[in-house]
Design a protein around this ligand. Structure first.
Ligand SMILES: Cc1cc2nc3c(=O)[nH]c(=O)nc-3n(C[C@H](O)[C@H](O)[C@H](O)COP(=O)(O)OP(=O)(O)OC[C@H]3O[C@@H](n4cnc5c(N)ncnc54)[C@H](O)[C@@H]3O)c2cc1C
Length: 367
């Protein structure tokens, strides 16, 4: 359970202190790291500019097995055994070998936070000098520092890479009230030249959005148009940049996890299970340091190597992401129809799940 000591307004006190582990970012990646440090006897501090679960950062779709493996099923909203893909030349149904579910962001974050044991403070993280992290409330010094702050990679060295030059996609969605029972995707250039649209039903609301692999392409108009084509109101917006290239997972003594390390999968922009997966991996290495089983440098090197060992799969997905917009729409539709065969879907989605399999949530990494 996190201990909250959040201060607002006049009560917002300065935050100059030391701790053993400082985790910057209290979303999927940061909370997964914290979970693995429970009971390690260390002083763990988690920072975020918002309260835990306050700002939803995605459509919140994840393979159901990840929710079960992490003990987070209470957050589940709807489950989908079939993925429906619309193109201008027809619709295909992929009967998945494993199901996908939507979940409630706040509930999931709160459940995940309860699995950890840490202090939590709201503060904006601005940068770092060595092991000292600068925030708008003061400096925090820690032996182990984690950047789980998302795509900006705030604690990275060098000039931050800003869109549109960076390897980023952009995503925007609206959350109209309504219901549905299909997980739907649109690969249709009338909405976005390179990317896709989606509709994820989630227990009384629909999360309808458009993602563009090309960061120069704005997605507000197509998002509104997709909602309108579905007879839905474009209300309650939520959007962000989405990294689509994996980056080094450590840099000058800092561990990067989730979007800050480019752990979001290219092509599908699925970044929640990978944020959890790499968060667990990072947390296990840091725990080994706290328990004296590994030195700090050794643990960071192991985590960096673990992340880098996934690079080939991430790059393969990036190649497919770049290929699809170049295919003639009719050829793409024909190809998708050919892939509809159960045997192929089982094979392809089986390999896809293997990139960050839920069994990892149950199996500790031996140090
Ligand atoms: C519109 C959209 C829909 C998406 N849908 C899905 C989906 O359905 N399924 C899926 O798997 N992926 C989805 N993604 C991708 C997914 O949201 C991300 O990959 C995922 O959230 C990454 O998790 P994270 O913990 O690394 O970062 P984030 O979830 O972005 O969390 C970063 C945290 O850091 C905090 N923070 C940031 N900067 C600072 C700062 N300077 N100081 C203090 N705190 C800070 C933020 O408040 C936040 O809590 C979607 C993305 C978008 C944009």
């Amino acid at each position: 359970m996190p201990r909250r000591a959040t201060k607002w307004g006049d009560e917002r006190t300065s935050l100059h202190r030391d701790c053993d582990v400082l985790i910057c970012g209290a979303s999927f990646a940061g909370l997964a790291v914290a979970r693995e440090l429970r009971g390690a006897g260390a002083e763990v501090l988690v920072l975020d500019r918002y309260e835990i679960g306050e700002r939803q950062t995605s459509a919140c779709g994840i393979p159901t097995a990840w929710l079960s493996a992490m003990g987070l099923k209470e957050a589940l909203q709807q489950t989908f055994p079939v993925l429906v893909i619309h193109t201008p030349h027809g619709t295909v149904h992929f009967d998945l070998p494993w199901s996908f579910s939507t979940f409630d962001y706040r509930t999931l974050c709160e459940l995940l936070a309860e699995q950890g044991s840490f202090e939590f403070e709201t503060a904006k993280v601005d940068g770092h000098t060595g092991q000292t992290v600068h925030t708008d409330r003061g400096d925090v010094r820690a032996r182990l520092v984690v950047d789980a702050l998302g795509w900006r990679r705030v604690l990275g060295d060098g000039e931050p890479i800003q869109p549109p030059e960076a390897f980023l996609s952009r995503g925007l969605e609206v959350h109209p009230f309504g219901s549905g029972d299909e997980l739907e995707v649109w690969v249709d250039r009338s909405y976005v030249p390179a990317g896709y649209g989606w509709s994820f039903p989630a227990d009384g609301e629909l999360r309808v959005g458009v993602g563009s692999f090309d960061p120069r392409y704005h997605v507000k108009e197509p998002t509104v148009r997709l909602a309108s084509d579905l007879d839905l109101d474009a209300i309650r917006y939520q959007g962000n940049w989405i990294p689509h290239r994996i980056r080094p997972a450590t840099e000058r003594g800092v561990c990067f996890v989730g979007d800050s390390a480019g752990h979001c999968l290219p092509l599908t922009a699925e970044g929640i299970r990978t944020a959890l997966y790499f968060g667990l991996a990072c947390g296990r290495e840091l725990r080994a340091v706290l328990e004296g089983r590994l030195g700090r440098e050794q643990a960071l090197a192991r985590y960096a190597a673990f992340s880098a060992s996934h690079r080939r799969k991430f790059e393969l997905l990036l190649r497919v992401q770049r290929l699809i917009p170049r295919l003639a729409p009719r050829l793409l539709a024909r190809s998708l129809r050919a892939m509809e065969r159960k045997q192929f879907v089982d094979w392809a989605f089986g390999h896809y799940l293997e990139i960050a399999h839920p069994r990892f949530a149950r199996a500790p990494v031996a140090a």
